[in-house]
Design a protein around this ligand. Structure first.
Ligand code: UDP
Length: 479
């Protein structure tokens, strides 16, 4: 097989960059020459990986790019706080096309893998006569659900936000309510995100297929549906996080930890196995002060030990006064608060962790699966309501806290009683032992998938095989 050179083009958000870097490590470990095009704010982790021996190429491109009206300090999705900045950020991502094409011209790769949020890369790849693979950063399950939701539009047949409807035609019967869908999606009039999503659909025409950070044993019926019913090409090559080595998994992901890792480990070591609830809502979901106070009350009333990662919202001044007065003192010894970035994989992998309260971002969900930890799902936005269904109804390794409203900032909906109930159910409820058993099963399957001869290993082989014999349709015609 000829040596491939693949260029990865991630979007500017931790939840998108982290798995792309892991994909680069996977590709290089399998003999593929790999280059990442990163903006300065996201180049650091790539450089760190290079320093620790991964032979990954790096091309840095300015962000905001030339011609953009985005303020210079805005480097990532999670810094966006106003609609005006959303428009400017999306425009800035479009303006990356010129500089990225200059880099592609120089590198002459065989293939690009681009983030879904950069749909123009489909045209760029076509210009260079190479295949474009797209990375949605989500599961086949949620890709199937979002495609079917778009095709069937079952939410049009209900008369209120809370009236349930079934999304049919899938391997499981799944119920939703309209308030779980993104409001921009339901609006008739054009808006920034609607426009972006129609560009994303349009770019599918010029896209060779999708690489998926997941594994066949986790969602086999949905990969089959994606291919056979929706007619898409996809390769499950994950879990990508297992492609980093142990040390990297435990400390070097995304940003610097806000807590000393030894201190965190010592705290966990002092706890009994399966006794601690880990609570973290990813890199960009934020909670209002009122919702944080309800969460605090619920965790305290549950009586369980916990680690809670608290981050201030974009427009909240100070992390220190977000929690109720006296809360930290009262829970001392029982609750560890991390303000900022947590070493999530290190925590999840610790035997003391008994449950994971997650916003159900796909990376966090997969990390929970790989750690074999049952989850309390608390979706907030993006495709998180779909990921929740996978965990609670298909895998049956978790319970929902009950949030039914898609929101950019979690501001209502989950009271302290719901938190207490979910924690009790997952830690002590009748089905807890079975959920834990199932979670351990998927943990084992995840490891098997990436081993030589495993499903993801073979899937990447098949993809490499295809790419090495690829001939672009136009080139083919010319010849
Ligand atoms: N993460 C972390 N520490 C934190 C918060 C998040 O390491 O304090 C990592 C987490 O392990 C995951 C990623 O950031 O890999 C978040 O991605 P996810 O898809 O779960 O959610 P998003 O941030 O995109 O909403």
């Amino acid at each position: 097989m000829k040596q491939l050179h693949i260029v990865l083009i991630p979007a500017m958000a931790q939840g998108h960059m982290i798995p792309m870097l892991e994909m680069a490590k996977l590709f290089t470990s399998r003999g593929i020459k790999t280059t990442i095009i990163a903006t300065p704010a996201f180049a650091g982790p790539v450089t760190k990986s290079r320093q620790s021996g991964h032979d990954i190429g790096l091309s840095v491109t300015d962000f905001p790019p030339k011609g953009s009206s985005l303020p210079d300090h805005v480097a990532s999705f999670d810094q966006i706080s106003t609609p005006d900045l959303v428009t400017k950020f999306l425009r800035a991502m479009e303006l990356l096309q010129g500089p990225v094409e200059t880099i592609l011209q120089e590198l002459q790769p065989n293939c690009v893998v681009s983030d879904m949020f950069l749909p123009w890369t489909a045209d760029s790849a076509a210009k260079f006569g190479i295949p474009r693979l797209v990375f949605f950063g989500s599961s086949c399950f949620s890709r199937c659900l979002s495609e079917e939701m778009e095709l069937q539009k079952p939410y049009k047949n209900v008369s209120s936000d809370s009236e349930p409807f079934v999304l049919g035609g899938l391997p499981h019967e799944l119920n939703f309510v309209r308030s779980q869908l993104p409001p921009f999606h339901l609006q008739e009039e054009e808006n920034d995100f609607k426009k972006l999503f129609s560009q994303i659909s349009e770019s599918a025409k010029n896209t060779y297929g999708e690489v998926v950070n997941s594994f066949y044993e986790l969602e086999s019926a949905y990969l089959d549906h994606f291919k056979n019913v929706l007619g898409k090409k996809a390769w499950q090559i994950g879990p990508l996080l297992l492609c980093s080595n142990e040390a990297e998994r435990k400390s070097q992901r995304g940003k610097e930890s806000a807590i000393d890792e030894h201190e965190c480990l010592a705290w966990l070591d002092s706890k009994r196995p399966n006794s601690v609830v880990y609570v973290c809502f990813g890199s960009s979901a934020t909670f209002t002060k009122a919702q944080l106070h309800e969460t605090a009350a619920g965790l305290e009333e549950s009586g369980q030990d916990f680690i809670w990662v608290v981050r201030k919202g974009k427009d909240q001044e100070n992390e220190l006064d977000l929690l109720p007065q006296g809360f930290e003192e009262r829970v001392k010894g029982k609750g560890l608060i991390i303000r900022g970035w947590a070493p999530q994989l290190m925590i999840l992998d610790h035997p003391a962790i008994g449950a994971f309260v997650t916003h159900s971002g796909w990376n966090s969900t997969l990390e929970g699966i790989c750690a074999g930890v049952p989850m309390i799902t608390w979706p907030v936005f993006a495709e998180q309501f779909y990921n929740e269904k996978l965990v609670t109804e298909v895998l049956e390794t978790g319970v929902s806290v009950g949030n039914k409203r898609w929101m950019r900032v979690a501001s209502e909906g989950v009271g302290r009683d719901a938190v207490v109930e979910a924690v009790e159910q997952i830690m002590l409820g009748g089905g807890a032992a079975e959920m834990r058993r199932r979670a351990k099963y998927y943990k084992e399957m995840a490891r098997k998938a990436i081993e030589e001869g495993g499903s993801s290993y073979n899937s990447l082989n098949a993809l490499m095989e295809e790419l090495s014999t690829y001939v672009h349709p136009t080139k083919h015609n010319i010849n």
